[in-house]
Design a protein around this ligand. Structure first.
Ligand SMILES: Cc1cc2nc3c(=O)[nH]c(=O)nc-3n(C[C@H](O)[C@H](O)[C@H](O)COP(=O)(O)OP(=O)(O)OC[C@H]3O[C@@H](n4cnc5c(N)ncnc54)[C@H](O)[C@@H]3O)c2cc1C
Length: 462
């Protein structure tokens, strides 16, 4: 049976390298009003906001391309595929869709086919209904638990009688939504996350979009920030190519990069900030892309398929991407983390094994080229998307608190759109407004901006 996209994906991550388009790799400037660290969605949004306020900005990016977790690979196969984020959700509110259109890119709703597989056959209508009912009950239990005082794990509050659908529900709500198994996921964080409905695809790729949007921003690529000297008045960002003196910095690196110590701070950033980042560690989510010419699986364009599973060794398939012969087998959570740790060969072997289980060995034998992402091993990201550990939901607010003249942004700082491109984008704009206000380039100070100045640090939460 075909499930409606809304019902299926409202509970899933709806998940998802084109080279930089025309980005100008400038020599490192010596000064700017605001330095942005990182040219992912948050960094590009922040830089555009600062430019719109007529202040001097520069983005310092460690990788050799714009995009961060939005990278479109335009060379491995004959059609582009997104190595990171793939879908824009909630078209009524998602700014990325308007931006894509105004950048001249083609956006279209992904067709609405989703399928549930039970071994070698499709689920019957009644079985699909049972699955959807189990998903609704699991979601409701998490929402109810989130209203309580304790921020507990999603797994601990799941109904015990989900029967044959427990595995699929856990996969869709945990590994596939947030890159973490439900036992590692805060019920409050999950309950506050905005539904990810009505996915929209960008034909040229979401990575292409972010690269396009960043193309006018002054930018230095392949230049990791190694040390930031900060105070309440100014900042100095150090790289191997020299230093940039600025009045403020916007830092958009992932929580795992922040806690890795790859960027040193002088003085140290508050322990409270680092604790918050470590409670928002990145989950694991990867795409294993197979070229399957001739549609041997008999699926439609952009079909999404999951299976009735009784273990974490499972996946989500996005088939015939954009009408091409590419199928992405997405793995996440603890299983995805272990698998990606074993390397691309093991990932491709799993994908073929999974297809054999669900469609037979003849289908798996038609696989031509394969490619796999390994976001945990990506040195400047170190994972997929932030997900609060049980007890950790409050950390998102803490992470967004200014530190002297430094402003943290990125998907992890968004309370409801964490783990998304639009969440990262909004967080970048918000941090830019706060930084512009701090340097006197914007006037209206909101009433309740939390601050964390050098003089007055709050005690870390227990
Ligand atoms: C496989 C996968 C699928 C996903 N699917 C979707 C989806 O379908 N829809 C959706 O909305 N979201 C999806 N997401 C999530 C989305 O990609 C992220 O939430 C978003 O792109 C994060 O943007 P960001 O700017 O916060 O961080 P990043 O994109 O990580 O940007 C941070 C930047 O900082 C740079 N950096 C790191 N260290 C340094 C340093 N020392 N100096 C300078 N620069 C540095 C990095 O190179 C990077 O470019 C997915 C993510 C993954 C991994």
């Amino acid at each position: 049976m075909t499930i409606t996209r809304r019902s299926f994906l409202s509970a899933s991550a709806a998940v998802a390298a084109m080279p930089v388009l025309g980005a100008k790799a400038a020599p490192l400037p010596r000064e700017a009003d605001i330095v942005v660290i990182g040219a992912g969605a948050a960094g590009v949004a922040a830089a555009r906001r600062v430019m719109a306020a007529n202040r001097k900005v520069v983005i310092v990016e460690a990788a050799s391309q714009i995009g961060g977790r939005c990278i479109t690979d335009g060379t491995t196969f004959d059609v582009p595929f997104d190595r990171g984020a793939r879908w824009m959700h909630n078209p009524d509110t998602n700014p990325m869709i308007r931006l894509a259109r105004s950048a001249g890119l083609d956006v279209s709703p992904a067709p609405s086919g989703q399928k549930m597989r039970i071994g070698r056959r499709n689920a019957r209508a009644g079985e699909t209904e049972e699955y959807l009912a189990a998903l609704v009950r699991a979601n409701r239990a998490i929402d109810e638990a989130a209203r309580g005082k304790l921020d507990t794990s999603c797994a601990s509050v799941l109904p015990k009688d989900l029967g044959d659908w427990a595995g699929a529900a856990e996969f869709v709500l945990g590994a596939s939504f947030a890159g973490k198994d439900l036992k590692e996921l805060s019920a409050i964080d999950k309950a506050r996350a905005q539904d990810r409905n009505a996915p929209i695809a960008c034909r040229q790729g979401l990575g292409t979009l972010i690269a396009r949007l960043g193309e006018q921003a002054p930018l230095v690529l392949s230049t990791p920030a190694s040390r930031i000297v900060w105070s309440n008045r100014d900042v100095s960002v150090e790289t191997q190519a020299g230093k940039i003196a600025a009045r403020a910095a916007i830092i958009t690196v992932s929580t795992n990069v922040l806690t890795s110590g790859a960027i040193k701070f002088a003085p140290d950033i508050p322990k409270r900030t680092l604790d918050a980042a470590s409670k928002l560690g990145l989950g694991s989510y990867d795409h294993i892309v197979l070229q399957l010419p001739g549609n041997p699986l008999g699926l439609s364009r952009d079909d999404i398929l999951i299976e009735q599973s009784n273990s974490t060794r499972t996946a989500l398939m996005f088939a015939n991407i954009g009408g091409s012969s590419l199928c992405s087998i997405d793995v996440g959570g603890s299983f995805g983390r272990d698998l990606s740790g074993q390397g691309e060969k093991a990932m491709a072997a799993f994908a073929k094994e999974w297809i054999t289980k669900l469609f037979g060995s003849e289908a798996a034998a038609t696989v031509q080229k394969t490619a796999a992402t390994r976001w945990n091993a990506s040195p400047y990201v170190m994972g997929a998307m932030s997900a609060a550990s049980p007890g950790g939901q409050l950390s998102r607010k803490v992470l967004a608190e200014p530190i002297g003249n430094m402003f943290l942004a990125g998907e992890a700082t968004h309370e409801t759109l964490w783990g998304t491109v639009d969440g990262a984008w909004e967080s970048g704009e918000r941090a830019a407004d706060a930084a512009l206000r701090k340097i006197g380039a914007l006037k209206d100070e909101p009433a309740d901006v939390p601050t964390q100045s050098m003089k007055k640090r709050r005690a870390p939460r227990p």
